[in-house]
Design a binder for this molecule. Sequence first.
Ligand code: TZP
Ligand code: MG
Length: 216
Amino acid sequence: MRPAPDYSLYLVTDTGMCGERGVPKTVAAAVRAGVTMVQLRDPDAGDRELVALGRAVRDVLAGTGVPLLVNDRADLVGEIGADGAHIGQGDMSVPRARALLGETRLLGLSVHDVGQVEAAREYGEALDYLGVGPVWATSTKPGHAPPGGPGRLRDVVAASPWPCVAIGGIDAGRIAEVRATGVAGAAVVSAICAADEPAAATRELRDRWDAAREGA
Ligand code: TZP
Ligand code: MG
């Protein structure tokens, strides 16, 4: 078994939202302020662009102990030198991603509901965690599945044999409610990437997560 990382504050990057500051600098500020996990997500980037960006982020994370995962592109994880991949329901299959990653890298899968948790059970130890969402509606991912709210999140956590990370519409005002569902972590895009000051925004999320009551 791979050791479980600290999922508590999970940053998913958005290149457009990071703007002129850029993804690597945004990641550096966020990690110094308390992000514990980073996923590089740029569905519009070509392969070369994604590899270059991924390597820059990997360099920023070197020595921090914070893992870097790549969205969708398990095939580029080795070239980037990342620590794993995160795939969605419509992406490559879990067995295919695991075969590309080998046994030591991390693999997460997005689910929307309990039915998708049950369908994933057969993957067992090939998976490390589930991303669950969107919890709330978000303009960050146009065309996303209908939001399930904290109620459905709680149901998924209860049904899941893997640690769960919530995503979708999470900000500082909602993170305590998210933690109360029993998730291992909260993933955010705009709350950090679109913030004027990513470090301050991260610190607030971190403090509120730490102060919140863990769910059961
Ligand atoms: N998957 C489900 S919702 C979402 C992704 C990538 C976007 C979440 O973005 P935000 O800005 O944290 O609501
Ligand atoms: Mg995907």
